[in-house]
Structure formats: structure tokens, C-alpha cells
Design a protein around this ligand. Structure first.
Ligand SMILES: Cc1ncc(COP(=O)(O)O)c(C=O)c1O
Length: 353
């Protein structure tokens, strides 16, 4: 999408880029004769994509999700369950994405004979970073093709960076094209201090380490132990970054910037009001980064923002910020309806033998 001038949408079932990788890995798993799929999820989008792929392919699906994320991304939890997946809330550590990855790895270590772990980002032990990058490169390839068809000259591509799957996916086809700036937006959280963000490339607490089966840059302490992270977006709230992106950042090919929670929220509002598009909080980090640099480019050049996902999953976060009183009233009224068993007829119809 070229900011301000043009807006192109390519919709993906389940509402984020995660389906590109989930369907690919589930097909591979089926070919390998696996009957059970496990996945980790932060924002719930990877869990949702995996649950949908499993429903389609007839595979059992278990999704590990930090307890904090289960609460803040409840709409995706409900949808995963609708698709037949079992969502397991993870109560260890900070109860966010890192802890969900740990639990999924523990499960896989015991059940690998019938189980495939569909890792959701371009990280973890080899060959996961390559598998995920390959499936996600479709994003960059489509952008390149659409731009060529419309004679659009791309000056920069901006993507948010959690573990790094949407960013490595959109960047990969442009890496050799040195005229295109590649910009990764990571979670600046509430500030630059330790524990206030998830800034692995721009933060001062970042260092090289080996965790969760891969060597890269992490937010870790002197003893190599992971440090707490913070972000309003569950999908960016993670202490590591995929090794390919870390290398591209260190070589200078990919530039990184940290976006604060409040800047991401402002971007959600901006794109909703001006483009009629509701960005996921993760993707809004890319939107905010693009708004900051847009003036650096001539008007005849395009600035591509990878809108990695939809924002309706964030209603429990955005509504209390943008319409707190109405949201409070709504929740109170819903609770009352539940307590009074006002939905009893719908449940009765469903449960009738
Ligand atoms: C919509 C969306 N965008 C971005 C991300 C971040 O992941 P990645 O860096 O792997 O693209 C997530 C992760 O859950 C997500 O749900």
C-alpha cells in the first residue's frame, strides 16, 4: 500500500499473513504422516491460521498461548475453539509469547512421532527460519508483481517485526534491490528502559545469545537469561528476533526503528479514519513508522506498508482506550445478561438432542 496516495488490499483468510506459513507447514506435516499439530501463538493470529488449516486438512490441533495473551486477544481464542483447536493457556514465566514457544517445544520433544510443531515465525532451530521465510516470501513477491503491473516505483518497504515472519516475507524479494529501503518497526513499548519494550535491534539491552534453539539477538541479561518484555501488541511482545533479520540489521541492509505503544494506537486511528482500514496493533507499528518517514520521499515514489493483520481482534485493547465509557457500559450489560441467563434460549436450541 502506498501511504496517502493508494491503498491496495489483498485479503488472507483468518485475517493475517500467518496463513501463508500455517497452510504450507500443515500440508508438509500431512505428507510426513503426522496426525497432530501443535503451535504457539502471541496475538492469536498464528494459532488461528493453524487451527483453520488443521480444520481443513483433518488434523488435531493444540495451540499454546500465554495466559496474558489469552486475556488480551480473547476474540481469536474464541475463533480458534470454533475451528476445533484446543487452546492451552501457558502460566509459566511472563505468560506471553516466549513462554508459549517453550511449552510448544516441550510438547514436541515428547510427541514428535505423531506431532509436527508449526512454528509461526522465522525463528527457532533450522530449518524453521528458512521454511517460514520461503512461505512468507509470497507477500513480497505479490507486492513486486502488483507494483510492476501498475508502474509503481517503490522507494521503501516498511513492516513490523515480532519474530520476523511478515517482515522477512515482504523484504526477501527486495533484498538485492538496493534502491528500496527496508525498514523494520519493532515494539518500543512504553519507553527505552529495560523491561519497557521489546526492542531487540534498537534497544540498549539487546545482545547476542542462543535461546529456543537459535542464535540471534535477544533481550537477555549478563547470564543469558531472557528479560521481561513489554508491548501493547501481543505479536511483537517477544524477546528474540529471527536470525536472518538480525543479520540483515547488523549489515545495515534493513533499518530498524522502535515505535511506542501510543504511536501505534495513533496509527490505528489514523488509518481507520483516513483509509477505512483497521490495522492490527502489530501492523500499526509499521504504519506509524511509515508516517514518520513519509516526508523523506518524493511524491511520485511509493512507500509500501505491510499491513500484516486485521485489528478487530484488538477490541479488548482499543475500545477501553478510544471509547472507555461505552465499552464499560457494554461489558457491564453483557455480564448482567449472562447472570440473568438471558441467552439461555440460544444455548437450549444448540444443546437440544
Ligand atoms: C497481525 C500480526 N502481525 C505481526 C505479527 C508479528 O509476527 P511476525 O514478526 O512473525 O510477523 C503477529 C504475530 O502474532 C501478528 O499477529
Amino acid at each position: 500500500m502506498a501511504a496517502k496516495r493508494r491503498c491496495t488490499l489483498r485479503l488472507a483468510n483468518t485475517g493475517a499473513h500467518k496463513i501463508n506459513n500455517a497452510i504450507g507447514q500443515c500440508l508438509l506435516a500431512k505428507k510426513m504422516g503426522k496426525t497432530r499439530i501443535i503451535a504457539e501463538t502471541g496475538a492469536g493470529q498464528h494459532g488461528l491460521a493453524t487451527a483453520a488449516a488443521c480444520a481443513k486438512l483433518g488434523l488435531e490441533c493444540v495451540v499454546y498461548m500465554g495466559e496474558v495473551d489469552v486475556r488480551r486477544q480473547q476474540p481469536n481464542v474464541a475463533t480458534m475453539e470454533m475451528y476445533g483447536a484446543k487452546v492451552v493457556p501457558v502460566t509459566s514465566g511472563a505468560r506471553t509469547l516466549k513462554d508459549a514457544v517453550n511449552e510448544a517445544m516441550r510438547d514436541w520433544a515428547t510427541n514428535f512421532q505423531n506431532t509436527h510443531y508449526v512454528l509461526g515465525s522465522a525463528l527457532g532451530p533450522a530449518p524453521f527460519p528458512d521454511i517460514v521465510r520461503t512461505f512468507q516470501s509470497i507477500i513480497g513477491e505479490e507486492v513486486k508483481r502488483q507494483a510492476a503491473e501498475r508502474n509503481i516505483d517503490i522507494a521503501a518497504v516498511v513492516a513490523c517485526v515480532g519474530g520476523g515472519s511478515n517482515s522477512i516475507g515482504v523484504f526477501t524479494p527486495f533484498i538485492e534491490d538496493k534502491n528500496v529501503r527496508l525498514i523494520g518497526a519493532e515494539a518500543g513499548g512504553i519507553g527505552p528502559n529495560k523491561g519497557e519494550n521489546a526492542a531487540r535491534m534498537t534497544g540498549n539491552a539487546s545482545r547476542e545469545g542462543i535461546l529456543q534453539g537459535y542464535k540471534s539477538r535477544f533481550l537477555i541479561d549478563e547470564d543469558g537469561q531472557s528479560m521481561p518484555t513489554r508491548s501493547i501488541s501481543a505479536g511483537l511482545d517477544y524477546m528474540g528476533i529471527g536470525p536472518q533479520l538480525a543479520a540483515l540489521g547488523e549489515s545495515g541492509r534493513v533499518e530498524f526503528t522502535a515505535i511506542l505503544d501510543k504511536e501505534a494506537l495513533e496509527a490505528v486511528k489514523f488509518f481507520a479514519r483516513n483509509e477505512g482500514i483497521l490495522f492490527a496493533l502489530e501492523s500499526a507499528h509499521a504504519g506509524a513508522a511509515a508516517m514518520k518517514i513519509a516526508k523523506e520521499f518524493p511524491k511520485d515514489k511509493a512507500l509500501v506498508i505491510n499491513m500484516s493483520g486485521r485489528g478487530d481482534k484488538d477490541i479488548f485493547i482499543t475500545s477501553p482506550v478510544f471509547r472507555p465509557e461505552k465499552w464499560k457500559e457494554f461489558l457491564k450489560a453483557e455480564l448482567k445478561r449472562l447472570e440473568n441467563n438471558e441467552d439461555i434460549h440460544d444455548a437450549e436450541i444448540m444443546n437440544k438432542k
